[in-house]
Write a protein that binds this ligand. Structure first.
Ligand code: NAP
Length: 486
């Protein structure tokens, strides 16, 4: 095991089932590697079908006592969990950078961002009101109550190993629902570490369980189980569609946070400085590996050359390196497959007439590091226009009119985030309303906040996370009609 840590005690590699650390019934393990160095960090337990069954049974057993606590009691435990995460932010950030590669400061930011969802839902659960309904019959009284949906499951990706779990487990556990989490194979350590802190905070055994191992074994057990009443998934659209279909057999509630293909539109009247820094934030955070990453940058003809010049200067300044090095803004890509995808998007674009202005190649550091890249003369027939690149490549498309820019931005089956830059107030309204996305950033590339609803339209997903709406995925509304009152 790598001895970099200040907090080895948060580094777990066994399954967290029913409050215990267990090696798994088949005693198999899989390696977790540091994408910066290729070094194996540790070998993590690989769950079998039997382990998943044990976890589901433990969650069912934990449900009555946990959902039976008052909202205030659950809120206090969640608050403690939040406090422990904040106290351990440095160690958790190290674990995150080690397994995922993002710069340490960015990892710290993710831990605090994730923790905020736990704090938010610890508060929100105290306000899960029902309603009284004016009656239609004088001898009846009508009301609704909101109840926990039951046992839930979460399947999460590697690009935000902590925050994507906190965004789901925070509201589920606050609502009274046990949750079984299956983190991505590349990044299970952050999940296990926050699972450990949940236990320490007093979350009952069996209420937050973390099972690591093959998706092909764990996925079907979770989706087929009638005991699991809701599945919250963040990941690719392809896998999301499969899970939706698998969940249909037991009619589970599903929340799907899927892939994006975010447009950035820079209008002629934009403030160049704001547009450049917003585009850098949106495009290059996490080395371009976020679902809300700018994937296509549409620039109006009148501002095109000035914008390209300013953006290329900013892109060329981005510092690439190991996430533990100081002053690094971009870490490695998660694996070689990701590097090959980026290369294939660039070579496809170049073969169809695009020009590489900055970068374009694997970084001289080696491994999975890639140069921050800017290409111009991108066109809608290129792969980069229709597929998520998930890497540090900014392709610039040119357009003439607002209608044309919007049409190009909306010509995708995806609809997660969209950004635009303008100083025209009327245009801010018009374009915000017409962009076919769930989240709009106007004159900013950073939109995430636990108090705001996050989610996609079209093939980018169903449901919302965060805000007062994010807990709905884990609740059922019950209507009660009381007769013979008179
Ligand atoms: P992915 O391949 O879909 O994997 C996501 C999770 O699903 C992982 O835990 C993976 O497990 C699991 N999985 C894969 N196949 C499965 C199956 N057949 N049954 C059950 N589980 C299965 O996505 P990724 O490459 O990790 O993440 C990148 C994608 O996530 C991008 O498309 C990105 O846009 C999207 N994303 C969306 C949001 C959002 O909020 N909308 C946020 C972040 C990322 P293994 O790791 O074990 O294969």
């Amino acid at each position: 095991m790598v001895a970099r840590f200040t907090a080895q005690e948060l580094l777990h590699s066994d399954l967290l089932i029913n409050g215990e650390w267990v090696g798994g019934s088949q005693a198999q393990r899989f390696p977790v590697t540091n994408p910066s160095t290729g070094e194996v960090i540790t070998q993590v337990a690989s769950a079998s079908q039997a382990d998943v069954h044990t976890a589901i049974a433990a969650a069912q057993a934990a449900l009555p006592a946990w959902s039976g606590l008052t909202a205030v009691e659950r809120s206090r435990i969640l608050r403690k969990w939040f406090d422990l995460i904040v106290e351990n932010v440095d160690s958790l950030a190290e674990i995150l950078t080690l397994e995922q590669g993002k710069p340490l400061e960015e990892a710290r930011g993710e831990i605090l961002y994730g923790a905020n969802f736990i704090e938010w839902f610890a508060e929100e659960v105290k306000r899960l009101y029902g309603e009284t309904i004016p009656t239609n019959v004088s001898s009846r009284r009508l009301l609704t109550i909101r109840q926990p949906i039951g046992v839930t499951a979460a399947i999460t990706p590697w690009n935000f190993p902590m925050a994507m779990i906190a965004r789901k487990a925070g509201p589920a556990i606050a609502a009274g629902c046990p949750m079984i989490v299956k983190p991505a194979a590349e990044t299970p350590l952050s999940a296990l570490a926050i699972g450990r802190l949940a236990l320490e905070a007093g979350v009952h055994p069996g209420v937050l369980q973390v099972i690591t191992g093959p998706a092909s074994v764990i996925g079907p057990e979770l989706t087929a189980s009638p005991a699991i009443r809701a599945l919250s998934f963040t990941g690719s659209t392809e896998v999301g569609k499969k899970l939706m279909s698998d969940c249909a057999h037991t009619v589970k509630k599903v929340a799907m946070e899927l892939g994006g293909n975010a447009p950035v539109i820079v209008f002629d009247d934009a403030d160049i400085e704001i547009a450049v820094s917003g585009t850098i934030d949106s495009k290059f955070r996490n080395s371009g590996q976020t679902c809300v990453c700018a994937n296509r940058i549409f620039v109006q003809a009148g501002i095109h050359d000035r914008f390209v010049e300013a953006l290329s200067t900013a892109v060329a300044k981005l510092n690439v390196g190991d996430g533990f090095s100081r002053d690094v803004q971009q870490g490695p890509l998660i694996n070689l497959e990701a590097v090959e995808k980026v290369e294939s998007h660039i070579s496809d674009a170049v073969s169809r007439g695009a020009k590489v202005v900055v970068g374009g190649n694997r970084h001289s550091i080696g491994g999975t590091f890639f140069e921050p890249t800017l290409i111009t003369s991108a066109t809608m027939d290129m792969t980069i226009a229709s597929e998520e690149t998930f890497g540090p490549v900014a392709p610039i498309f040119i357009f003439e009119t607002e209608e044309e820019g919007l049409e190009m931005a909306n010509s995708t089956p995806f609809g997660l985030a969209g950004y635009f830059f303008t100083q025209d107030l009327a245009r801010m309204w018009r374009v915000s309303e017409k962009l076919e996305v769930g989240v709009v950033g106007v004159n900013t590339g950073l939109i995430s906040y636990e108090g705001a609803p996050f989610g996609g339209v079209k093939e980018s997903g169903v449901g919302r996370e965060g805000s007062l709406h994010g807990i709905e995925e884990f609740l059922e509304m019950k209507y009660i009609c009381i007769g013979a009152v008179n």
